[in-house]
Design a protein around this ligand. Sequence first.
Ligand SMILES: [Zn+2]
Ligand SMILES: [Zn+2]
Length: 280
Amino acid sequence: MKMKNQKKNNVIGLSAMLLLVLIAITFIACSNDHVDDEEQTAELHAAFAEFDENNVTVLLNGNSVTIESNGMPNHSSPYWSNTTTRTAVDPMGNTLVTAAAAVNHPLFVEPTVTTFEHMAPGNIDDFNGSYSLTVSANPTKASSSTATGLGPIGIAVSGAMIYNDQEGPNVPLKDALGSLDYTAAHTGPQSYHYHLETKAWSEDDDKLIGIMADGFFLYGRKCHSTGTYPTDLDASFGHTSLTQYGSHEEYHYHIQNETYLNQFYILFAGDYQGTPSSIQ
Ligand SMILES: [Zn+2]
Ligand SMILES: [Zn+2]
């Protein structure tokens, strides 16, 4: 009986020792993790809190940030699916039909500054895909600037894409103005995107518009640092000053406070002052 107990005690002792070894290994592994954490100097910029969390996911990985979006805006538009069939003629002369839905999307609103007749083909919810942009968590200005291209050049806080002041290859934006909705956006054939001041959430103010492909943020026409229009902007309408999202000065862009065709404000014509990544 005594021997048996002793054996049992030995087994318990051995188990306890194994457990200690396991704890030690885990501790060492955790310590290594901790070293990795310390190497990670970047912090997620407070401005990312403004991005709609239903449409946009922001991931910090070491010194880079990945912004993923489903491309949908978080606000109303006549470009959400609706019960009206509309047709549009593309530059080749083809008639493109956007079919009527059985019911209006909850975020659908009647067109005001555009008409069904002038709207571009495709509805917001026809787009079924995603966008991803990876930039430095602490972007810096490059030694030379880079022109923007066609397609997405930034991701707005709403979730939808930011485009420049061109509608297509050799198609100036003014040729497409009639199709823009109240917040200067339209579809097709690509996903819903903004070209001009995004009145759905910013009009003549200092609100955050989105992040550009070089990792710098784009703000409304006014700057938080002075409460009015900045006067020290560079060729890309950027400057270094305080914003509402940090305690130190940093480079950022503004919507240019110069009217386009006497009534609009271009979101971002470029160039990028940082190093752009592609939005895929
Ligand atoms: Zn466009
Ligand atoms: Zn500013």
